[in-house]
Design a protein around this ligand. Structure first.
Ligand code: SAM
Length: 248
């Protein structure tokens, strides 16, 4: 007996829409989403599309009209609620643009709940473009099946972040000068991982971080990793020891 083909098919396009979704809603997409559906995915009337809004979860919609510049869809099925990702923040000193986009993409795929740019002494840029970062978060969420977008914090100076550090949040400080193994310290509790700039933290910054009661230095091994690699490695290590890996 041939297996019933999965519905919606795995090839179904998946898009984030920045408006609340609900049962039976009819919406018309234009601009880049319409171009993607009409001219890249070549959807026709009747085709399925998966939509999520970072609030109500994920919905199945049916194309009712597909023009070259606008695509109209009607929501048919609520597929799943917005996921609850582990309470894990990634704090990072902004790095060069392309590497920063890579970092944001990987942090979204790996399940970070919040991305927080931290202005440190050796950070090369103070204010990365938030629209660009958000666009990379959305693209990564569309691709990796996330229904909850990470929060994106306003850049904050390291000193003020440490001065108001929340008492209930563990601060895992990735220190290339050495620290604990993730296996020994990662716990399923509210946590933040701090990654330094390409130039590293100054000794004064290192001392200020280590002075925070919730701060624990962690090692990512004997080699000096690029900041974006360190971020991905640290998130993966925490997710495998204390996160939601193994819950798919
Ligand atoms: N310029 C620094 C140096 O030469 O010592 C290296 C900085 S590294 C490129 C950028 C950030 O990645 C560091 O501040 C740290 O947070 C993290 N990192 C890189 N390698 C690491 C390791 N082996 N263990 C822990 N953290 C690491």
């Amino acid at each position: 007996m041939p297996a019933t083909p999965a519905w919606p098919p795995a090839s179904t396009p998946r898009l984030f829409v920045d408006q609340p979704l609900g049962p039976g809603l009819v919406l018309t997409l234009d601009g880049a989403p319409a171009n993607y559906l009409a001219n890249v995915m070549r959807v026709k009337a009747g085709a399925p599309v998966r939509l999520f809004d970072d609030a109500t979860g994920e919905w199945l919609a049916e194309v009712t009209d597909a023009g070259r510049r606008a695509v109209t869809l009607q929501l048919t099925t609520h597929l799943r609620a917005r996921e609850a990702v582990p309470d894990l923040w990634l704090l990072f000193a902004p790095i060069k643009k392309d590497r920063l986009h890579y970092l944001v993409e990987k942090a979204t795929e790996l399940g970070a709940a919040r991305l927080q740019p931290v202005v440190t002494h050796r950070a090369i840029v103070d204010r990365p473009n938030p629209e660009r970062l958000r666009a990379h978060m959305i693209e990564a969420a569309e691709q990796c099946d996330r229904t909850a977008l990470p929060e994106l914090g306003e850049p904050e100076k390291l000193a003020s972040l440490l001065a108001t550090w929340p008492a209930d949040r563990m601060l895992l400080f990735a220190d290339e000068k050495g620290g604990h193994a993730f296996a020994d310290v990662a716990r399923p509790v509210p946590t933040a991982i701090l990654i330094g700039p390409e130039g590293g933290f100054t000794d004064e910054e290192r001392a200020a971080i280590r002075a925070v009661p919730q701060a624990i230095p962690v090692s990512l091994g004997p080699r000096i990793l690029r900041a974006e690699t360190a971020a991905a490695a640290a998130l993966a290590a925490w997710m495998s020891h204390a996160g939601d890996w193994g819950t798919r």
